[in-house]
Design a protein around this ligand. Structure first.
Ligand SMILES: *Cc1c(COP(=O)(O)O)cnc(C)c1O
Length: 424
């Protein structure tokens, strides 16, 4: 593989072109295993990341491969303007079935960030229908909603680098990050309510990742905080947008993290695991009422339409992925992974560098007292047969749902062992 070309010409996520970090060539991915080239030698390692939380059924999944091949024989893509096709209809049906009751209007977007853009536009248009100009969104610190400008505007001001893009980002309203689950909520609830009331007239919607903030810091917070935010929104005529791009499809234990909070949003964004990590696809799902309000806005329609909207290949694979998800007891599977993560990560409590160990559903997190030495942890984990990709002060795993108890044990041992070796 010509890694010199890669180094000289290809950007990787959040990376420098002039001083790029190490990247490992992958030649194969199958089941829960990635075959990497580590210092010139081939090494098969256990995947702890599900390729940024997407590949819930692992790699080379026969059912998904078959769906992609069958769809290729029919058509890989046609425009969605003025045309429709079975893959979109079939996937739409499945999403309406899976979505919380009352959410049955589906907009297909081509990535998570774009789905958040669309959700925010929907909220804006829904208010415009009533002659209102509600330009602000209310959210909590520590969130992550994507890398395009509107999602970045509601992403944590530091994590989203708001100061760097000052002038380009709309300033939205940020409450403090809710306390970690199990900690008292009262002071946060009071301050958040006051802040909300100060801005109530200009707020289009509350937008949050319910229960678990992902890329913003793997923070698990109280379902009561989610309920409070939704209640505030509803008292003041703002909408509720749940970004379940990371949490959806059972990652946190229930089908939607919103289920565990007992809140149904007005607008739901899904992505990541939707196609099982095969192709990029996301969706925005809303109610008939919001759809009607959007149509009653001056534009008269939802003003968004990506070139690759409802790409048939992606839709066909997504349907096969959701069928797979319906073919076994996912909640039981996630519980099993969860208990494996809990018992495997307990040992980390004894490490000097560890300040918190948390597990929610099929998510296991080690929080360190300082920024992770990413290259060193990566190498130490690879030496223990595992691919992890830490960020900030977090070494975490979101393993594929097909991970065996042995895979989970390998992952937790590698995480704890790598942290002990590098950070003590
Ligand atoms: C990954 C993610 C996004 C962005 O999705 P992309 O497909 O990378 O654009 C948005 N919100 C959340 C919660 C995510 O985890």
């Amino acid at each position: 593989m010509d890694t010199d070309f890669d180094r000289d010409h290809l950007w990787h996520p959040y990376s420098s072109m002039t001083a790029p970090g190490i990247v490992y060539p992958v030649s194969r991915a199958s089941g829960t295993r990635l075959t990497l080239d580590v210092a010139g030698a081939e090494r098969e390692v256990v995947d702890a990341m599900s390729s940024w939380w997407c590949a819930i059924h692992g790699y080379g999944v026969p059912e998904l491969d078959a769906a992609a091949r069958a769809q290729l024989d029919a058509m890989s893509h046609v425009m969605f303007g003025g045309l429709t096709h079975a893959p979109a209809i079939e996937l739409g049906r499945r999403l309406v079935d899976l979505a919380p009751d009352g959410l049955d209007k589906v907009f297909f977007a081509d990535s998570g960030s774009v789905s958040v853009e669309v959700a925010m536009k929907m909220a804006w248009q829904a208010h415009a229908a009533g002659g209102l100009t509600r330009t602000k969104f209310f959210t909590i610190r520590g969130g992550y909603h994507g890398d395009t400008f509107s999602p970045m505007g509601v992403t944590d001001p530091e994590g989203g680098m708001h100061s760097m893009y000052a002038g380009l980002l709309v300033e939205h309203v940020f409450a403090e990050r809710p306390p970690a689950i199990g900690e008292p909520l009262d002071a946060w609830a009071e301050a958040t309510t006051t802040l909300f009331e100060q801005h109530a007239d200009e707020l289009a919607a509350v937008i949050i990742e319910p229960l678990l903030q992902g890329a913003g810091g793997m923070h698990v917070y109280d379902p009561a905080a989610v309920r409070l935010l939704a209640d505030l929104a509803r008292q003041h005529g703002a909408l509720v947008i749940f970004d379940e791009i990371a949490t959806g499809f059972y990652r946190t234990g229930t089908r939607w993290a919103g289920d565990a909070c007992e809140v149904t949003p007005d607008i739901l964004c899904v992505g990541k695991a939707l196609t099982g990590g095969y192709l990029t696809l996301a969706a925005v799902i809303t109610s008939a009422e919001i759809a009607a309000r959007v149509d009653a806005s001056p534009a008269g329609a939802m003003m968004h339409g990506p070139t690759f909207m409802a790409n048939p290949l992606a839709c066909a694979v997504a349907s096969a992925n959701l069928d797979l998800l319906a073919s076994y007891d996912v909640e039981a599977r996630v519980k099993e992974i969860s208990s494996g993560l809990t018992s495997g990560l307990t040992a980390a409590h004894d490490l000097r560098s560890i300040v918190d160990v948390r597990v929610l559903g099929a998510v296991g997190v080690l929080e360190l007292d300082s920024p992770v030495d990413v290259p060193a942890i990566t190498t130490a984990a690879l030496d223990r047969g595992v691919w992890v990709r830490p960020f900030r002060n977090l070494v975490y795993t979101m393993p594929p749902f097909i991970s065996s108890p042995e895979d989970v044990e390998t992952i937790t041992k590698a995480m704890v062992g790598a942290v002990e070796e590098v950070h003590g």
